[in-house]
Write a protein that binds this ligand. Structure first.
Ligand code: BEZ
Length: 216
């Protein structure tokens, strides 16, 4: 009987699994990488493929925005370091866009399996399009998984990164479609006394005690 492989999926709130991997910027031990910074780690199915090329170019073209958010990028696919180098060079020659961040060569699928990027019913040989948002304490804060045939949205990746950081810095939550400059949600009261205080509070935009927004 064929043995079914079990892949553990990391969850929001988990400590990001540590690993050491060969990348286009040399060998990196993840726990030593980007100390004090956020990391956006993302996988793509394969080098020299069209959707992946648009996505990687998107990360590269907007790297300055990630820098401004104290965030390092890290890519991954189940390709060799030689394929990565050739692809980075080819895209730079063809388009002028340079993938100036480490890309893991995960030939033995060690990191992809650790991060649930290998989803066998989608592909047994290629990682899905995953994005992990990892905070400076190396805690996983948000996860996106996309299938092989749909590219991600760079505006949304930057939006949620900024939302996470703004929520942390201000002890608030972010409403539907929040963008920088929009009002934020004040955490709802947890006791009857707090509820009464909130009902009496005129400083925030109030629908009712449980839904109040304020400017930052
Ligand atoms: C792409 O990037 O175009 C792609 C890669 C793997 C499977 C399907 C599409």
């Amino acid at each position: 009987m064929e043995e079914e492989q079990v892949f553990k999926m990391p969850l929001i709130g988990d400590q990001a699994p540590d690993f050491t991997a060969v990348t286009t910027k040399g060998t990196i031990k993840f726990s030593d990488y980007a100390k004090g910074k956020w990391v956006v780690m993302f996988s793509h199915p394969a080098d020299f493929t069209p959707v992946c090329t648009t996505e990687m170019s998107g990360f590269a073209e907007r790297k300055a925005e990630f820098d401004a958010l104290n965030t390092e990028l890290m890519g991954l696919s189940i390709d060799s370091i030689h394929a990565h180098l050739a692809w980075v060079n080819n895209v730079r020659e063809r388009t002028g866009v340079y993938f100036d961040f480490p890309i893991i060569a995960d030939l033995d699928m060690k990191v992809s399996k650790l991060y649930g990027m290998l989803q066998p019913n989608e592909s047994e040989t290629a990682a899905v399009r995953a994005v992990f948002f990892i905070d400076p304490k190396k805690k996983i804060r948000l996860i996106m998984y996309y299938p092989l045939n749909v590219g991600r949205n760079m505006d949304e990746i930057l939006r949620v990164l900024e939302a996470l950081q703004t929520a942390d810095a201000n002890g608030v939550a972010m409403p539907l479609n929040w963008r920088k400059g929009d009002k934020v949600i004040v955490p709802p009261p947890k006791t009857l006394d707090e509820m009464q205080q909130r009902l009496d509070d005129t400083s925030c935009e109030k629908i009712d005690f449980y839904l109040c927004k304020k400017e930052l």
